[in-house]
Design a protein around this ligand. Structure first.
Ligand SMILES: CC(C)(COP(=O)(O)OP(=O)(O)OC[C@H]1O[C@@H](n2cnc3c(N)ncnc32)[C@H](O)[C@@H]1OP(=O)(O)O)[C@@H](O)C(=O)NCCC(=O)NCCS
Length: 184
């Protein structure tokens, strides 16, 4: 199928709902963070691949903060949409909610952003269709994604600088206020 120049956000909006079964739980009886991460990766892939019309890979993940625990027996829904496209990359926003089916209580566990890159048959990054923003909300998400990308770039530069200018011997005294002890 020929890949169009633009695709609307609604074309690739994807919802994945899964029942939290006992084998997903940790020793404390709550659902493993890794189980949720795996489901997020799955829905991000489905959404990105649908928009791109190509195989996609996960490049980076932002904002994984689990705000509330998820219990066995709850229905978890992951709502994914393409928030931003670059040339070969796209950012998928994923809202995760968990519902107690008996009480009907729904909690928001996290919202995270997966950057995916489309790959062509030659395994090289492949151009993705532009994004048709159908609502004001779509435009807000696109603008927010641009800012998130800028912030992430600045953060990475800061982090790299910190690593290169870190003089361990001169800064060891900072560890005196921390809950660690030197054993060398
Ligand atoms: C991601 C990957 C395709 C980039 O390949 P590359 O040859 O460096 O390609 P480019 O430099 O042209 O970058 C391609 C796109 O990725 C984006 N990108 C690369 N690294 C990125 C990062 N760390 N964070 C966000 N975006 C990134 C670039 O901005 C570019 O986007 P654009 O085309 O929309 O402008 C390559 O590193 C890869 O295949 N990584 C493994 C991914 C994978 O297998 N993931 C599964 C988990 S193991």
């Amino acid at each position: 199928m020929a890949i169009p120049a633009f695709r609307p956000v609604s074309y690739s909006c994807t919802t994945l709902t899964e029942l939290m079964i006992p084998s997903y739980a940790n020793f404390g009886g709550k659902i493993h963070g890794g189980t949720l991460l795996s489901l997020m990766d799955k829905v991000a892939y489905a959404c990105a691949a649908k928009h791109a019309g190509n195989y996609c890979v996960t490049v980076s993940v932002h904002g994984v903060n689990f705000l509330q625990p998820v219990e066995v027996g709850e229905l978890v829904s992951l709502l994914a949409s393409v928030n931003y496209v670059g040339n070969t990359s796209l950012m998928v926003g994923i809202k995760v909610i968990s519902e107690n089916v008996k009480s009907g209580f729904v909690k928001h566990t996290n919202t995270s952003y997966f950057t995916m890159v489309a790959k062509g048959d030659d395994d090289k990054p492949a151009k993705v269709p532009g994004l048709t923003l159908e609502t004001r909300e779509d435009a807000r998400r696109f603008l927010e994604a641009i800012k998130r990308k800028e912030l992430s770039k600045r953060y990475q530069i800061e982090l790299d600088n910190t690593k290169t200018i870190l003089h361990v011997d001169e800064e060891l005294h900072l560890l005196q206020q921390e809950r660690c002890k030197l054993a060398f």
